[in-house]
Design a protein around this ligand. Structure first.
Ligand code: GDP
Ligand code: MG
Length: 444
């Protein structure tokens, strides 16, 4: 999926990632190439402009981090924008609790994949412990009811159908009543589609929407139709109101125009993607995973991200000054814990500091102990954190009680802190070492 877009962007990323420096001209050229790639991917023109402008703006204004190459940093900017345009974070279905009825109304053009998706969704929700029922409300094509009945039996779930009926609103009403009787907590309604948006269809869907009061009204759209999927989404949202989109046939979409344009043009999140014809071929839509896939450089992206997220230059500089001046306090120590947690593991931050790797033994890396230590510091008053010398025996007792630890633990932490402080002071007296740390931390 998305091979064509990915090939292009990966190529641009590769060219840049090796570069030791990036001029404004490099950035402009790369942005121009990205623009072409996006246009070729059938991304909405307005989205392309917004995308490229953002990238240029950030790439030229970005602080330079020494620990990654400018090219890598540029890729990170492109990656962030991709994630943003794909919709930021994963948006799950918003269904009511299992003891009430939630209706999912599936809408869309003919052939977009509504009926198939209805069965896929039902199967998925059943797997999550829900009790779904399907309602066959596409009465336009006689074969549509049979298709859903067949799919229902394939996934082992009930289908409410009334072959021969002509009023879909009645079918939906009765379907809801049966669902209630059978204590089905999710009702998935498959509706009729047309080749294009037309008035009688919209009227019918409006009525179905009114009687079913769906928790989710989802447009099922064929991702291969690119920008026109976005137009269809707009039309349905204006008339019926959508809560999200399911992009089908994502497995065959090499370009990604629909995925990249949908959110920023319609404001509607993509909740799932259809990735094949089988009933298990439905995946939650994760903007970040798709963006990594498109850039084809998952490793680089996560590396750059980690570095940038956690190292605030100012913070690092302040810390350095404190370390050198021995004004390093328990409060700073606490901040270190929080920073380490953001990094994912203690090792990952320590490995960035030269000479540190060998010095730290297993015991120091015990994350459980870190949690204890953190709790202890959190039980101290600010005054105590800023000056650990005032923490005498009564205070130690109070802190131990407050943090659910023992005086022994508090003593041990204070001793360790004192030791760390001394070590830092010694290390940071060495100018050469300081420079090394600073460059490793990405501070110029
Ligand atoms: N490759 C692929 N085919 C799909 C996907 N979703 C649906 N289809 C196929 O698209 C065609 C139309 O699907 P259908 O559910 O009948 O569409 P409807 O008219 O909207 O109900 C069928 O041949 C499906 O197998 C998907 O995610 N990937
Ligand atoms: Mg259908």
């Amino acid at each position: 999926m998305l091979e064509r877009l990915s090939d292009k962007l990966t190529q641009i990323a590769r060219q840049l990632s090796g570069k030791a420096s990036l001029s404004e001209k490099n950035v402009q050229e790369a942005a121009e190439e990205i623009k072409l790639a996006l246009l070729e991917a059938d991304v909405h023109l307005r989205v392309v402009r917004r995308f490229v402008n953002r990238v240029i703006e950030e790439a030229t204004g970005e602080h330079v981090l020494k620990s990654v190459s400018p090219g890598q940093q540029f890729i990170k900017i492109v990656y962030d924008r991709l994630v943003q345009f794909l919709g930021d974070s994963r948006q799950d279905l918003e269904l009511k609790g299992p003891d009430t009825q939630s209706v999912i109304l599936l809408l869309g053009l003919q052939g977009s994949g509504k009926t198939t998706t209805a069965a896929k969704l039902a199967k998925r929700l059943a797997g999550e412990g829900r009790r779904p029922i399907l309602v066959a409300a596409d009465l336009v094509r006689p074969a549509a009811v049979d298709q859903l009945v067949q799919l229902g039996s394939q996934v082992g779930l009930p289908v409410h159908s009334e072959p021969g009926q002509t009023d879909p609103v009645g079918v939906v009403k009765r379907g809801l009543a049966i669902a209630r009787k059978q204590q089905r907590d999710v009702v998935i309604i498959d509706t009729a589609g047309r080749l294009q948006v037309d008035e009688p269809l919209m009227k019918e869907l409006e009525r179905i929407h009114a009687v079913s009061k769906p928790a989710e009204a989802l447009l099922v759209a064929d991702s291969m139709t690119g920008q026109s999927a976005v137009d269809v989404a707009k039309a349905f949202d204006d008339r019926i109101g959508l809560s999200g989109v399911i992009l089908t046939k994502f497995d065959s979409d090499t370009r990604g125009g629909a995925a990249l344009s949908l959110k920023s043009i319609t404001g509607k999140p993509i909740k799932f993607i259809g990735v094949g014809e089988k009933t298990e071929d439905l995946e939650p839509f994760y903007p970040d995973r798709i963006a990594s896939r498109v850039l084809g450089m998952g490793d680089v992206v996560s590396l750059v991200e980690k570095v940038q997220e956690t190292i605030d230059e100012k913070e690092a500089l302040e810390l350095q000054a404190k370390m050198a001046g021995a004004t390093f306090t328990l409060e700073d120590y606490l901040a270190q814990f929080q920073r380490m947690r953001k990094m994912g593991s203690v090792e990952s931050i320590l490995e960035m500091i030269p000479g540190m790797k060998g010095r730290v033994n297993e015991e120091d890396l015990d994350e459980k102990e870190m949690k204890h230590e953190e709790a202890i510091i959190l039980s101290m008053t600010l005054r105590e954190r800023l000056n650990h010398r005032i923490i005498g025996p009564p205070r130690r007792k109070r802190i131990a009680r407050g943090s659910g630890t023992s005086v022994y633990d508090v003593n041990r932490l204070l001793k360790k802190f004192e030791k760390t402080r001394l070590m830092m002071k010694k290390m940071t007296k060495n100018k050469k070492y300081q420079a090394q740390v600073m460059s490793q931390l990405g501070v110029v």
